[in-house]
Write a protein that binds this ligand. Structure first.
Ligand code: ADP
Ligand code: MG
Length: 243
């Protein structure tokens, strides 16, 4: 087992508020970890600290063995190793779908334009929106835009992908078209951390479920164990409200 993401004894404070409490979590190559928990439990904060969109108060985060620096050149490079897909797709409105996917590799990785375009077309095909390459984000459905966001993350050739509630902003009929792409990626061996309440996805794709509450990891198990036999009252409470 090769560790890709290593979070060790990480604490995060927002002022007085203790948002992450001594979090330790290792995600190995090819592993899919689903993070689940009530609103406000620190799931987004955890994703954001892994990607250094937030600084941490103490502890250490390593990506592929490299300690994430606080700032500087190394940060952009290491950040590119972990792709992030958010609830809102955040595509550039005035760029085409193709340009949205090409821009990271060109600007951050200095990939020649022709090569970036070829790569972007291949990725757009892979997530099923190749025929939309020359359109603008607003011309696509939410499900299609989120698939473009996944292609954009993949274009950076990340070592791992983080998803923060990728289907929460979508109309119900579009949820599966995004989850199906994620399930494919999981099968292909992508290392993934996925914050989601989609139990079907967790059961199909997750190797491990991590349950967070109040800034702590309360419980960790296989999806089957977690959904059928949660060990803590906090997890039992949470699951009873989900159904
Ligand atoms: P989740 O994603 O599990 O819903 P978050 O990680 O977004 O939870 O938030 C965890 C807690 O941290 C919440 O109580 C939230 O209000 C607080 N929080 C998140 N971001 C900030 C911030 N920038 N400043 C202050 N408090 C924050
Ligand atoms: Mg959140």
């Amino acid at each position: 087992m090769i560790p890709v993401i290593e979070v060790e004894h990480v604490n995060k404070h927002y002022g007085e508020f203790h948002a992450l409490k001594d979090i330790s979590l290792t995600v190995s190559k090819g592993e899919v970890v689903v993070v689940i928990g009530p609103s406000g439990s620190g799931k987004s904060t955890l994703c954001r600290t892994i990607n250094r969109l937030e600084t941490i108060t103490d502890g250490e985060i390593r990506i592929d063995g490299n300690v994430l620096p606080k700032e500087g050149k190394g940060l952009a490079k290491l950040r590119a190793d972990v792709g992030m897909v958010f609830q809102s797709f955040n595509l550039f409105a005035h760029k085409t779908i193709l340009e949205n996917v090409m821009i990271g590799p060109i600007q951050v990785k200095k990939i020649p334009k022709a090569e970036a375009a070829e790569d972007a077309r291949r990725l757009l095909d892979r997530v099923g929106v190749g025929h939309q390459a020359d359109k603008y984000p607003a011309q696509l459905s939410g499900g299609q835009q989120q698939r473009v966001a996944i292609a954009r993350a993949l274009a950076m050739k990340p070592k791992a992908l983080l998803f923060d509630e990728p289907t929460s902003a979508l109309d119900p009929e579009m949820i599966n078209e995004v989850l199906d792409v994620m399930i494919e990626l999981a099968k292909e061996g992508m290392t993934m951390v996925v914050v989601t309440h989609e139990m079907g996805f967790a059961r199909k794709a997750a190797d491990r479920v991590v349950f967070m509450a109040d800034g702590e990891i309360v419980e960790e198990s296989t999806p089957d164990e977690f959904f059928t036999n949660p060990q803590t009252s906090r997890a039992q409470d949470f699951l009873s409200k989900l159904i």
